[in-house]
Design a protein around this ligand. Structure first.
Ligand SMILES: *Cc1c(COP(=O)(O)O)cnc(C)c1O
Length: 380
């Protein structure tokens, strides 16, 4: 049977694929060797493996699963999401131009700005969830990369990937999508036209808050992709075999986890939306969200597990509510089986984020227990 014909649930449940013929094990082995032997004629004993920087079986197995999930031609793992983003932007030549969505994961913006400054790359930041605004910026001249993040973190804006592709095409740019908050279960940007999809695998793909990782998946094998492959192999931003093995282990339950998290998140969004101590809820799954219709179309399996809400009152009120939470851990990150709460203004006070905003990542706990915790923390 060919994995290409199968549903994500099946690909994931058997992530890593075939039986390990050497041991008979139903999960893949970890091969920690940094170097691989040659025979008497100096040919590698295994043609795939010479040295562990570019070559490791379990890393390739995890990449194979991710490429299948996103319907891409190939995937590359990196030791973090940021390393994956950096690998893509390093292909932009000095003097080039990039168009980047504003109001996205703060460290992405920060790193891209610093990088573009060093390389004399022109950077245009635009609210890409406004397709007209994105098209207008693209129409100003040629560019190398259009970078969007959907849903965006922590504003939960939804960008129309198909429209973004048209805009990117009009200026000769690649469209790259950070789909971390959607997961490969809820959106497949390559199918909507994107050229490259990126995930922080640290988040829901691994899902257990115990592995750092990032991934790029390409729709086609292009010259830019070759550059990224070469750069990773030579510059060495690789994921180790233990992390790749843990990632495969985590991915086996990805579909189940996302299903539960999405279900919990919608219940919690409605609960918060009705709560007297909450001003507003930013969640594309709510009918009141400005891009709800787009989200329904682009994320048919649900609007995700990440949301933000504004607590009535001031900064102190928001911090007090976060401080009283007992189930939601006060910690950054998202996509784990455990629910987290984050006061983003403490981390990025200069980006215009409201100081009453709390961002939550909803885990797989019981929805009723989570709502009770939010209720007692906010004050009934
Ligand atoms: C976490 C995150 C990243 C960065 O990934 P790391 O694995 O932390 O390097 C990029 N984009 C989004 C949307 C994220 O949530």
């Amino acid at each position: 049977m060919n994995f290409k014909d199968m549903q994500p649930e099946t690909i994931l449940a058997q992530a890593g694929g075939a039986i390990d013929m050497q041991s008979g094990g139903v999960v893949p082995p970890i091969q920690p060797a940094t170097t691989f032997a040659r025979d008497e004629d100096y040919n590698p004993l295994n043609a795939n493996n010479v040295y562990a920087r570019p070559h490791n079986d379990v890393v390739r197995q995890a990449e194979g699963v991710l490429a299948e999930l996103e319907s891409g031609a190939a995937a590359l793992l990196f030791p973090s999401g940021m390393a994956a983003i950096a690998a893509l932007f390093r292909t932009v030549p000095s003097g080039g131009r990039v168009i980047v969505q504003s109001g996205i994961y703060w460290n992405t913006t920060k790193w891209i700005r610093e990088f573009c400054k060093r390389r004399q790359i022109v950077i245009d930041e635009v609210d890409a969830s406004d397709s007209t605004a994105l098209a207008a910026v693209c129409a100003q001249g040629p560019a190398n990369v259009v970078w969007v993040e959907t849903p965006s973190n922590p504003w939960l804006k939804v960008t129309d990937v198909a429209a973004a592709k048209q805009a990117a095409k009009s200026c000769g740019a690649l469209l790259a999508v950070d789909s971390t908050a959607a997961s490969p279960i809820l959106t497949n940007p390559l199918k909507l036209g994107a050229d490259i999809v990126m995930h922080s695998a640290t988040k829901v793909i691994n899902g257990h808050s115990d592995v750092m990782g990032g991934v790029l998946v390409t729709k086609e094998l292009t010259a830019v992709w070759d550059e990224i492959v070469n750069d990773r192999a030579s510059a060495g931003a690789i994921m180790g075999p233990f992390e790749a093995w843990l990632l495969l282990r985590g991915m086996r339950t990805l579909a189940l986890r996302v299903e539960r998290m999405v279900d919990n998140a919608l219940k919690i969004a409605r609960f918060l939306d009705d709560h007297p101590k909450v001003d507003s809820v930013l969640f594309p799954g709510l009918e009141s969200h400005p891009q709800h219709e787009l989200a329904k179309h682009q994320m048919p399996g649900g609007a995700g597990f990440l949301m933000s809400f504004l607590v009535k009152g001031d900064r102190e009120r928001a911090l007090q509510a976060a401080g009283k939470m007992q189930l939601f851990h006060r910690a950054t990150s998202l996509g784990g089986v455990e629910s987290l709460v984050e006061h983003r203004h403490t981390i990025e006070p200069h980006t215009g984020i409201p100081d009453t905003l709390l961002r939550i990542s909803v885990g797989v706990e019981d929805a009723g227990d989570l709502m009770s915790d939010l209720g007692q923390a906010l004050g009934q």
